[in-house]
Ligand binder design. Structure first.
Ligand code: 2NF
Length: 274
């Protein structure tokens, strides 16, 4: 059917990361051979192929969870109970925490999260190639782009697999410590159409929109929230006593999951001084 007559459409987002396939392969080998050799059975060649097949030659505004199923299967990994760490607006601090606590895992400490973190990718329905020029921006072009759908899909699996006591590192120094509108956007029967209340910002909170709704009551006993302050922003916008945290507590209570909250949890606070 190809070569194509017209160049791929220009989107508003950054294009695919140069050397995407090589980076995916290299990260897969680094993770399975050096970081977590106990996972040595993972087939990095197959994982790399499944990743690119999920989006190449496809419309980058109609990506679906289904596209990533083989990749998910090839990267399945058992995380021990009591060791999952979620985060929102606190990427650096949460990852510093799990670097020190090697027994704890954020999504980016799992194989699939490690491979994809910080990368960008998309293809085009009319080409076998990746689009290195531009990719759909989730806000300006379309929500169902390959990167957003990927993170929603793997975040959902990460939450579904969590068990025992789980933790979330939240940023109390920003206004959107926890985005209640993200949560209601997910509960809205018209989802994934845009929320009428807050059409843009409500999309941008995977923890509130995807992860809390996919924790399994009965499997997860308690969510422990650590509300950290002074991670770039005003000192203390929200604390455990803020209504925004009550929203989180309420959503979890409806799902029969216990909730505790602590401001500036010392083992993490200590890392802010490092
Ligand atoms: O890039 C990642 N590693 C990533 C992306 C999305 C979600 C990780 N996650 C998982 C993590 F495991 C955390 O538990 O979800 C949780 C964090 O997501 P969050 O949206 O609650 O936290 P933010 O700090 O607001 O965002 C994390 C990153 O994702 C991007 C955002 O720009 C930031 O780089 N992001 C958020 N929503 C979207 C979206 N709809 C998005 N990128 C594309 N489309």
């Amino acid at each position: 059917m190809w070569p194509r007559a017209t160049p791929p459409r220009a989107w508003n987002g950054t294009g695919s990361t140069p050397h995407f396939s090589e980076i995916v392969l290299g990260r897969c080998f680094t993770y399975t051979q050096l970081l977590r050799p106990e996972l040595g059975h993972a087939d990095c060649g197959q994982i790399g192929k499944a990743f690119t097949n999920a989006f190449l030659s496809k419309d980058p505004c109609h990506s679906s969870e289904q596209d990533y199923q083989l990749l998910l299967k090839l990267t399945s990994q058992t995380i021990p109970c009591h060791s999952s760490v979620f985060w929102s607006k606190s990427t650096q601090l949460a990852h510093l925490y799990t670097r020190v606590r090697q027994d704890m895992f954020t999504l980016e400490d799992t194989l699939i999260g490690y491979i994809a973190d910080g990368l960008n990718w998309c293809g085009d329905a009319g080409s076998y190639e990746m689009n290195y020029q531009s990719c759909p921006h989730w806000r300006k072009d379309c929500i169902n782009n390959p990167v957003s759908v990927f993170w929603d899909t793997v975040s959902k699996r990460f939450a579904e697999n969590a068990c025992g006591e789980v933790q979330v590192v939240l940023n109390g120094s920003v206004s959107n410590t926890f985005d209640k509108n993200s949560a209601s956007a997910y509960l809205n029967p018209h989802w994934p159409r845009r929320s009428v209340l807050n059409p843009v910002s409500s999309m941008n909170n995977t923890f509130g929109r995807v992860e809390i709704h996919n924790l399994h009551p009965g499997k997860v006993s308690v969510l422990k929230a650590w509300v950290m302050h002074d991670i770039g922003g005003v000192y203390s916008y929200h604390t455990c006593s803020s209504p925004i945290i009550d929203d989180l507590k309420f959503i979890l209570s409806k799902r029969n999951i216990s909730f505790t909250c602590e401001d500036d949890y010392r083992p993490i606070k200590f890392l802010q001084c490092v």
